[in-house]
Design a protein around this ligand. Structure first.
Ligand code: C5P
Length: 242
């Protein structure tokens, strides 16, 4: 990225079960963010029809369902999401090589079905987990080592990038190359509460580390003036010293 970059990297997490509230937020933020992220809270409450209403506003939509199951079921789950025309979907890397390859094959069917191929992103280790959680699960690497290991495996299986913490971006880019995308939650502008996120960075810091997309929820959606906050974030990354 450089300061002439025309794309806005912020994907705002519309974490609400309330379709009306999500639509209102999405409309008011449309020209201040790069896209919308819809996760399980929104999806479980509003289903594909709710997603379609957000997609129909014309913004790129990342459907964040973190799919994980046997290969055939994940591939079928992805095929069922393609008509919603998301620009990004994700799966758990811990579902393994065969599941990831089946997911890639399903996503590659998009163009023959008349849709733009969404990016397929892998979830490494969720950022709420620490080294002690890894040990308890019988995984002997530290969380950071495991994240790099999983990112390389995901790339080998044909995924387009990973969700990771801002502190892992540089190592992932070093291991997988600059083109391999990093989608980064845990972002807080200066002065905004960290909530339950453990290790946070500002938007500009994460972009300087090489983040391709910033997933930002409460810092925007619970701000007194969400539009102003989203605009301030956009200006801060647009003019970051990259
Ligand atoms: O409100 P906040 O900015 O913390 O929201 C972050 C969003 O990113 C939430 O939708 C959460 O589900 C998602 N996320 C995360 N950490 C991960 C993966 C996804 O916070 N490792």
């Amino acid at each position: 990225m450089n300061s002439n970059n025309p794309y806005n990297p912020t994907l705002v997490a519309l974490d609400t079960p309330d379709l009306g509230h999500a639509l209102k937020l999405a409309k008011s933020l449309a020209d201040k963010v790069g896209g919308m992220k819809l996760g399980m809270e929104f999806f479980n409450a509003n289903g594909p029809q709710g997603v379609k209403q957000i997609v129909d506003l014309g913004m790129p939509v990342f459907i964040d369902l973190k799919l994980s199951d046997i290969p055939n079921t994940v591939a079928a789950g992805i095929r069922a999401l393609l008509p919603l025309e998301p620009f990004m979907l994700n799966i758990h890397i811990l579902g393994g090589r065969q599941m990831m390859q089946a997911a890639v094959a399903a996503i590659n069917e998009a163009e023959t079905l008349g849709y733009t191929r969404p990016m397929l992103i892998g979830v490494t280790i969720v950022t709420s987990m620490e080294d002690a959680d890894m040990q308890e699960l019988g995984m002997n690497r530290t969380a950071s080592e495991q994240v790099i290991h999983l990112a390389k495996l995901a790339q080998d299986c044909g995924l387009d990038g990973v969700v990771c913490s801002s502190h892992e971006i540089a190592d992932i880019k070093a291991a997988c190359g600059a083109e391999f995308k990093t989608i980064v939650p845990g972002i807080r502008p200066k002065g905004v509460a960290a909530h339950d996120q453990k290790r946070v960075m500002t938007p500009a810091e994460a972009i300087n580390q090489g983040a391709d997309y910033l997933v930002i929820g409460r810092a925007i959606t619970q701000a007194e003036k969400p539009e102003t906050m989203a605009n301030d974030i956009w200006q801060s990354v647009r003019y970051a010293d990259l």
